[in-house]
Design a protein around this ligand. Sequence first.
Ligand code: GDP
Ligand code: MG
Length: 254
Amino acid sequence: MSIQRGIVVIPTYNEAANIELLVDRVRGSVPSLDILVVDDNSPDGTGDIVEEIMAHDKQIQVLHRAEKSGLGTAYLAGLAWVLDRGYDVIIEMDADGSHLPEQLPRLLHAVTDADLVLGSRWVPGGRVVNWPTRRELLSRGANTYTRLALGVQVHDATGGYRAFRRETLEGIDLGSVRSQGYCFQIDLARRALEQGFLVVEVPITFVERVHGESKMTGSIVREALWRVSQWGVQHHVEQGRRVAIGRRTRVKGH
Ligand SMILES: Nc1nc2c(ncn2[C@@H]2O[C@H](COP(=O)(O)OP(=O)(O)O)[C@@H](O)[C@H]2O)c(=O)[nH]1
Ligand SMILES: [Mg+2]
């Protein structure tokens, strides 16, 4: 499958020191890609900077939201916007330079034969640079817990550097997504797997931000833990039901 129209969706909150360089690097790496920034009325003026860039680059757009309302809901708003406008490949990327625009061709290449491509830090060839040990432990722990609780085989379900085919986003019922924070990423990966979409991981190099601050908080971690646990219980109940039905069918067949 070839790519006709691709767009990078970038959520921002207080990324004034990063956004201009990042947009330049994306445009330099794959000039055909459009960019949508979803800004939550950043007090540092990130949204205004994007408006200035838009004045001389028609491939950049911005969606302004009234206030900081979480990564998950920012993406839901951004994805609805891009699906409405007919894009056929949609890429998620952080604004802080942690996801290298120079690796976009790798994701785009992989998504020609997959429904969802996850940029992965935790497969051979994947790397993290300058990440504090506690963040690495949190990410590895969250991914191990996700694999065990949900029975999924992916190694980096929490990452935010991904490429979706339009059909994948249309097939996972975005309207029923309730994840507000970073567990949004796990939510979308598990939905894609549940629907039988082909999910492929490609190694990426994740570089810790140099400017600005992380928006990760304790409540974001708690939401993720709570939701993954709930999805895990659902998953095991459904699996149990399937086994029970299988048994009944076998008994009947005797
Ligand atoms: N629009 C929006 N963007 C957010 C929000 N929280 C985080 N982001 C953006 O999501 C991306 C990842 O956030 P970051 O703080 O770098 O997370 P970390 O890499 O896990 O420490 C960055 O581009 C942030 O600006 C939010 O509530 N709203
Ligand atoms: Mg970051």
